[in-house]
Design a protein around this ligand. Structure first.
Ligand SMILES: [Mg+2]
Length: 372
């Protein structure tokens, strides 16, 4: 009788989860279609005056490993002084907000735990929205994820007793075979499956190492069930950041096209790509439509600056001192000035002209003219 009752409870929990996964999938192309004219925007006032909140990615934006990005501490202070709210939004579910805030403060970026929004918190909220308060949740992850689950009024467990109505999985340096087994058993039984993020890799001390997405594949392959993903580029994490800051018009700042900028685009928010992290100028030039930023900057200081207009006149695209002319699919870059303006002109021209191969020799020559 008890087992039957528990089974009914699990079925109730899993149904909304599956419905949610479908809702995200269908909402993405609609949001993308809304940006079919997507290109760079001009800002004649600093972005910190146009946007009421800055949702900042961390790695590659505020810090790189144990070092602050040089411009970051001053940039965060300036944005706050201009009246913008700042939240630090990270796909990393392996560290608590308190630990991340401490790390930021050590690097000269003042931060309180409530300024930090992690994918662990977004994942825990997703579970809380779909399972009754007090439900048992199997946590395939670290202390930060267990704490986030508890704060949402749920009961974290690390052994599958048959009572868990959800499984939530996040990055842990101490991931074990046993924990993956426990998660697999619960998901096979029908527990609602949520992952903090789907990043296949994570920067490690010695190079690229498996990220949460790689461990998610273990359970997904063994069960045939795909999790609902909370982290970037999916909506829940940015929604958590918007909820936290009360933002009406957030600027999403990141260094990755496939998480930060895609997340901004699918959310209908403006994305500022900084070149201080992972994405290269060639990546930006070759970005598919749904991963194209609205603003470009060298680093985080770009959120406190104005941004120049990119003007298209016939086959010519201009930005400040630079002009790009496209003839038979070949872009020709001419001019002088700030090379970021040259990149802006080149991106706008290549994005608008479907005929240009962004990885082809003429586009590469234009990039090399700019020193890339
Ligand atoms: Mg990053």
């Amino acid at each position: 009788m008890v087992r039957h009752g528990a089974h009914t409870g699990r079925r109730r929990a899993v149904t909304p989860g599956r419905a949610l996964a479908i809702a995200w999938e269908t909402s993405t192309p609609t949001a993308r279609n809304g940006f079919s004219d997507m290109s760079l925007l001009a800002a004649d006032r600093p972005l910190n005056e146009i946007h009421d909140a800055m949702l900042l990615d961390l790695d590659g934006v505020v810090y790189i490993g144990h070092r602050a990005v040089p411009a970051a501490p001053e940039a965060v202070g300036k944005a706050r002084a201009a009246g913008a709210r700042v939240a630090f939004v990270t796909n990393n579910a392996g560290r608590t907000p308190a630990r991340i805030a401490e790390h930021l403060t050590e690097l000269g970026v003042a931060a309180a735990p409530e300024d930090v929004v992690t994918s662990a918190e977004a994942a825990a909220r997703l579970v809380a929205e779909h399972c009754p308060a007090g439900s048992e949740v199997l946590v395939v992850g670290d202390t930060a994820l267990r704490q986030a689950v508890r704060r949402m009024g749920l009961r974290p467990a690390s052994v599958d007793t048959g009572a868990a109505v959800a499984v939530v999985q996040g990055y842990s340096r101490n991931m074990t075979r046993d924990l993956l087994d426990q998660g697999t058993l619960a998901v096979r039984r029908g527990a609602f499956y949520v992952a903090s993020n789907g990043d296949a890799t994570a920067p490690g001390e010695w190079g690229i190492t498996p990220g949460n997405g790689s461990f998610v594949r273990v359970i997904a392959n063994a069960t045939g069930v795909e999790p609902v993903i909370a982290g970037k580029p999916m909506r829940p994490l940015h929604e958590e950041g918007i909820l936290r800051t009360g933002a009406r018009n957030p600027l999403i700042v990141g260094d990755r096209l496939d998480t930060d900028i895609e997340g901004a685009t699918t959310h209908g928010a403006a994305g500022l790509l900084v070149l201080s992290g992972v994405a290269t100028p060639l990546d930006v030039l070759a970005a598919p439509e749904h991963q194209r930023p609205r603003y470009l900057a060298w680093d985080l200081s770009g959120m406190n600056h104005t941004h120049p207009a990119v003007v298209r006149e016939g086959d010519r695209t201009r930005c400040q001192g630079w002009t790009v002319t496209v003839t038979d699919g070949a872009p020709l870059l001419e001019g002088a000035g700030d090379r970021l303006d040259g990149l802006r002109a080149l991106c706008a021209a290549v994005w608008a002209e479907g005929s240009v191969d962004p990885s082809g020799p003429t586009a590469r020559e234009a990039l090399s003219r700019l020193g890339w």
